[in-house]
Design a binder for this molecule. Structure first.
Ligand code: GLA
Length: 375
């Protein structure tokens, strides 16, 4: 009896292990090896994630006819990701995603200075050793519920100007029988430090490289947003979306009002929304729903985070990506679940400070479905 349980567990482990593909993806310019892992659901979702930047490289989902397409921007090689054409495609973004005003903050009476990589501000964790640029350790796993990869990285004290040694893990997982990708983040530190992690996937539900996302319909579970100054730093106010072009409380075509924002500093949508959710609720809450009428693919995002940055790909410049596809201006969009931008300098915003002994936790789920045509 003992023997047979042992054998079946062993066989299950073998079957599960082979279900996660692992391949070399290439080498960085410094000669470091990069691996790529493949997760699959029985319903057709295929996700590929690489160890450079714990980056989502491919995300295939079926359309109304069962045809799969890769719905995120990216490159075929590590070199592509290292190039100027990479605008944070699919990466794990941090230590602090989004902007920190003038690259400065004061914590426990000490001023910290960060790289100014988005004049005049600090963006997405810095310029050389931000989390999107480093090589993470990866450990695949699988169980009866599905499969996943646990990425971990230890950022030394002072890396990119941030205080404290930060131990970060990001787990990507796909349930066996659903087209869902769950990303769970955890971090601990040995000194107080700001942490704000997100994934920077660029979506086009018609398939990455298709024209524009202006015809996608977006719904955001947000009554409020954080207006910014001309450098995209929040003014500190929290305002109602009512009567503005950023009101997505009802599903609205992205192109409908975007022209009224083209002349602003954001050049379109590049706004942080304050998600409606019960105070202190740690569960996944509905944040956004994105729909493409042609393919009838729908993406529903839920998160534990208080905010979401909707960025309409205004800086995409026609760079060549996977399979030679062109990523034109506004041909993809990001929905970055996060704490609000510049929180470290904004006393009224939910805090992003992680202290020794605490654990930073964050979770975001991307659920794909196909919406049947209404008869
Ligand atoms: C974020 C920012 C944008 C832009 C992109 C990367 O979404 O809010 O302004 O910097 O990243 O190009």
């Amino acid at each position: 009896m003992r023997y047979s349980i042992g054998l079946s567990t062993f066989l299950l482990a073998v079957v599960c292990t082979v279900a996660i593909g692992q391949e070399p993806f290439g080498k960085t310019k410094d000669g470091e090896s990069v691996e790529i892992y493949t997760l699959k659901s029985s319903k057709g979702l295929v996700a590929k994630i690489m160890t450079r930047g714990a980056t989502l490289v491919q995300l295939h989902v079926p359309d109304k006819d069962g045809n799969s397409a890769d719905v995120i921007n990216g490159f075929d090689s590590v070199t592509g990701y290292e190039s100027e054409d990479n605008q944070y495609f699919g990466c794990t973004t941090g230590r602090v995603c989004n902007r920190i005003a003038k690259g400065k903050f004061t914590l426990d009476g000490k001023e910290h200075t960060l790289a100014i990589n988005n004049e005049p501000n600090h963006l997405h964790g810095g310029s050389e050793r931000s989390l999107d640029k480093v090589i993470w350790k990866a450990r695949p796993f699988s169980n009866e519920r599905g499969s996943g990869v646990r990425f971990s990285y230890t950022s030394p004290d002072g890396e990119e100007g941030y205080p404290g040694k930060l131990d970060v893990t990001v787990v990507f997982s796909v349930p066996k029988d659903a087209n869902r990708l769950l990303i769970s983040y955890r971090a601990t530190t040995d000194k107080a430090t700001p942490v704000n992690l997100t994934n920077h996937a660029y979506f086009n539900l018609a398939g990455a490289g298709s024209d524009t996302v202006l015809d996608h319909a977006l719904r955001l579970n947000a009554d409020k947003y954080t207006p910014t100054d001309d450098t995209l730093i929040p003014t500190g106010k929290i305002e109602s979306v009512e009567g503005t072009p950023v009101d997505f409380r009802k599903a609205t075509r992205i192109g409908k009002r975007i022209d009224s924002l083209t002349e602003t500093a954001a050049l379109g949508y590049d706004h942080n929304f304050v998600l409606n959710k019960p105070e202190g609720d740690a569960k996944l809450n509905f944040a956004a729903s994105l729909f493409d009428r042609g393919s009838r693919r729908r993406l529903r995002i839920s998160t534990t985070e208080p905010g979401i940055q909707f960025y309409s790909g205004n800086f995409l410049k026609g760079q060549k990506g996977k399979d030679g596809k062109i990523y034109a201006h506004r041909a993809a969009l990001c929905l970055e679940t996060q704490h609000f931008p510049d929180s470290v300098n904004q006393q009224e915003f939910p805090s992003t400070i992680l202290k020794p002994g605490e654990t930073y936790r964050s979770m975001t789920q991307y659920a794909f479905s196909v919406q049947p045509v209404k008869k």
